[in-house]
Design a protein around this ligand. Structure first.
Ligand SMILES: *[C@@H]1O[C@H](CO)[C@@H](O)[C@H](O)[C@H]1NC(C)=O
Ligand SMILES: *[C@@H]1O[C@H](CO)[C@@H](O)[C@H](O)[C@H]1NC(C)=O
Length: 262
C-alpha cells in the first residue's frame, strides 16, 4: 500500500473517531442530563444516587443477589453488562463489615457527566432513562457502530469503501438525536489529520482489555504474564498492549482516555 493511501486511511479513521468522541459522546451525555433534569434532579450524582438507578445498576454488576430493601424488582443476570471499573467509577463500598449484600453497602461518588465515556453513558441511558423507542434504537446502533469500526480496529485505518457507507449512516443517526450537530460534522470532515490527536483517540477507542484477553489467550495465563512483568494497573496494561501488539507509532499513546474526556 502506498504512503498516500495509508495516510488517507488513517485520516478517515481519525474523522470517524473524532465524531464518536467529540459529537456522539457529548450527545449521549446531554440526553442523560435532559432525563435527570426532567425528573427534578440537579446533577448526575443525585441521579446515580437515586433509588431506582442504583438498584438497576447494582444488578447490572452483581449476580445472585437479593436486595434487602427492594426484593421484588431484583434481577439475576447471567451476563453482567457493567464492568468493575465502570461500577467503581460510580460507587464506593462503605467501610466496615458488610451487613447486607446489597446496594445499600455503597455510596455514590462525585461523578460528573464528563467522566462517562460513550459505553458507560449508553449503558445508563438504555437501562435507567425514559427514552423513546426511536432514541433507544439510535443509541444502540451508535454504540454498535463504535464497536464494529473502532473498538477492534487495531490498524487505526478505515478504507475508502468502508467509509463511504459508514459516514452517511453515522451522520443520519446522530442528526436524528441532535440536529444541531450538522456544522460539527462539516468541521470534523474537513479537518486535516492530526497524528498526535489520532494516536490518543486510537488508545481511547480501542478496547484494550478485550485485546489483552485475546493476547493472553494466545500466550499462557494473563496473571502469570502480568506478575512476571510486574504489571497491575490500567496505565501499564496500555504499555503491555503497545509492546505486544502495536509496537511502532506509539509516541503519544500513553495518554489516558480519562484526561481526554475532560
Ligand atoms: C470497562 O468498560 C470501559 C468502557 O466504559 C472500558 O473502557 C474498559 O476497558 C472496561 N474494563 C474492563 C476491565 O473490561
Ligand atoms: C421512566 O422510567 C422509570 C424507571 O425506568 C419508570 O419507573 C417510569 O415509569 C418511567 N416513566 C415514564 C413516563 O415512562
Amino acid at each position: 500500500m502506498s504512503k498516500r493511501l495509508d495516510t488517507d486511511d488513517r485520516r478517515r479513521y481519525f474523522i470517524v473517531g473524532s465524531v464518536i468522541l467529540e459529537i456522539v459522546t457529548p450527545v449521549f451525555r446531554q440526553r442523560l442530563e435532559k432525563d435527570y433534569k426532567s425528573k427534578g434532579l440537579g446533577c448526575l450524582q443525585d441521579f446515580i444516587n437515586s433509588k431506582p438507578v442504583i438498584h438497576i445498576l447494582f444488578h447490572l454488576r452483581h449476580t445472585n443477589i437479593k436486595c434487602c430493601v427492594d426484593t421484588t424488582n431484583c434481577r439475576n443476570r447471567r451476563k453482567l453488562p457493567l464492568n468493575y471499573s465502570q461500577w467503581d467509577l460510580l460507587y464506593t463500598e462503605n467501610p466496615g463489615p458488610p451487613k447486607h449484600h446489597c446496594h445499600c453497602l455503597y455510596t455514590t461518588n462525585n461523578v460528573k457527566l464528563d467522566d462517562l465515556d460513550i459505553t458507560l453513558a449508553s449503558l445508563i441511558l438504555l437501562n435507567c432513562c425514559n427514552l423513546t423507542s426511536n432514541e433507544e434504537t439510535l443509541i444502540k446502533e451508535l454504540r454498535e457502530f463504535k464497536n464494529n469500526y473502532l473498538s477492534h480496529n487495531t490498524k487505526g485505518a478505515i478504507t475508502e469503501k468502508e467509509y463511504q457507507t459508514l459516514w452517511n449512516d453515522l451522520m443520519t443517526r446522530v442528526l436524528q438525536l441532535d440536529p444541531s450537530k450538522q456544522d460539527d460534522f462539516i468541521r470534523i470532515q474537513n479537518r486535516p489529520l492530526d497524528d498526535s490527536l489520532c494516536n490518543k483517540y486510537f488508545v481511547c477507542l480501542l478496547d484494550i482489555h478485550k485485546k489483552l484477553e485475546e493476547i493472553s489467550d494466545k500466550l499462557s495465563s494473563t496473571a502469570d504474564i502480568l506478575t512476571a512483568m510486574n504489571i497491575n494497573n490500567d496505565q501499564s496494561n496500555v504499555e503491555l498492549f503497545t509492546k505486544l501488539e502495536v509496537g511502532t507509532n506509539t509516541e503519544h499513546i500513553f495518554m489516558c482516555c480519562h484526561q481526554l474526556n475532560q
